[in-house]
Design a protein. Structure first.
Ligand code: ADP
Length: 297
């Protein structure tokens, strides 16, 4: 009878415990729906269930508050960024036009031409900002073709070779196999790798090593790591770097990473970042591997 009683009691305790283990897994997956006490009468487990439900309620409220405050912060950065990016060239246009009008009679022809060129350059700069913004929000699908990963990386490296030399950056790149393909828009993907490589170079103002590696352990996707040995990203801002107009650079636009993020998302991939202050950062781009056969329409 004692053995039976012990087994019965152990069963009564272990079964609800297992249920609670399952609940914790569900909560960890982000499902905050309340848990139901299994028995109608009250015991320690139903009190625990009530306490967990209260905790879930608080967690959900805090998460909503957090998401809302992140959205507000992103809108704030976006608005002040647009205002700043457009205000600067517009101000310059106003000042130059004003001076041109004031001194129109007295200025020599070449000075008039120079000021008009300044106005044109500033207008171009403003329209570049608007173009970037449109690129960022554009919903149209990229035109997918089979893109060779090696071609993509080597073309981005060719375009940044000069900056690398100027900044004393050593490149370590083991060329990806020529047959390694992804489905994508060559121009847009090239823009992503250009942004990542330029950011990496700029993170190493006193030189360093830029390592580019291509991982293909996964049969379905390619992982491209762009790693630098630069200044690193402070933990406090790492969640902001993909926000439009977030920049820590004096002449930065803060658009490179947000545009890259949206391009990679449109390609069904993802970008992850790992960084250690004063040791460097690694940006990992994941893209679906292409078999080289045409995709069914
Ligand atoms: P920008 O380069 O114009 O500032 P980005 O959107 O490309 O805009 O980058 C946003 C910010 O992210 C940068 O200002 C910088 O603070 C940070 N960042 C991006 N890449 C790196 C990197 N490789 N190392 C350190 N910080 C980086």
């Amino acid at each position: 009878l004692m053995i039976y009683l012990t087994l019965f009691l152990a069963h009564q305790i272990v079964r609800p415990l297992n249920r609670f283990v399952e609940y914790t897994r569900r909560i960890a997956r982000g499902d905050f729906s309340p848990i139901q006490p299994a028995k109608r009468y009250k015991d320690e487990f139903s009190r625990l269930a009530i306490a967990i439900n209260w905790m879930l309620d608080q967690l959900q409220k805090n998460q909503e508050l957090y998401i809302q405050s992140r959205k507000m912060a992103a809108i704030g950065t976006l608005t002040s960024g647009i205002a700043h990016e457009l205000n600067n060239p517009l101000n310059n246009i106003c000042i130059t036009t004003e001076s041109l009008l004031d001194e129109l009679e007295d200025l020599p022809e070449n000075e008039k031409k120079k000021r008009l060129q300044d106005i044109y350059a500033q207008a171009e700069r403003a329209s570049g900002t608007v173009r970037n913004l449109l690129d960022f929000t554009r919903v149209d699908q990229p035109s997918f073709v089979h893109v060779s990963v090696h071609e993509l990386l080597s073309s981005a490296l060719r375009l940044t070779k000069h900056e690398m030399e100027l900044s004393n950056v050593e490149l370590k790149y083991l060329p990806a196999e020529s047959g390694l393909l992804v489905q994508g828009d060559f121009g847009q993907l090239q823009q992503v790798f250009l942004n990542l490589i330029i950011n990496a170079i700029q993170a190493m103002p006193r030189g360093g090593v830029l390592s580019i590696s291509v991982g293909k352990e996964d049969p379905d996707q390619v992982r491209i790591d762009i790693a630098d040995t630069g200044v690193g990203i402070p933990q406090a801002v790492i969640s902001d770097i993909f926000d439009p107009f977030f920049t820590t650079k004096e002449k930065g636009t803060g658009l490179g990473l947000s545009i890259s993020y949206s391009i990679i998302r449109k390609h069904g991939g993802k970008i992850l970042v790992n960084s250690q202050i004063n040791h460097g950062s690694t940006f990992s781009v994941y893209l679906a591997k292409s078999s080289g056969k045409r995709r069914p329409e």
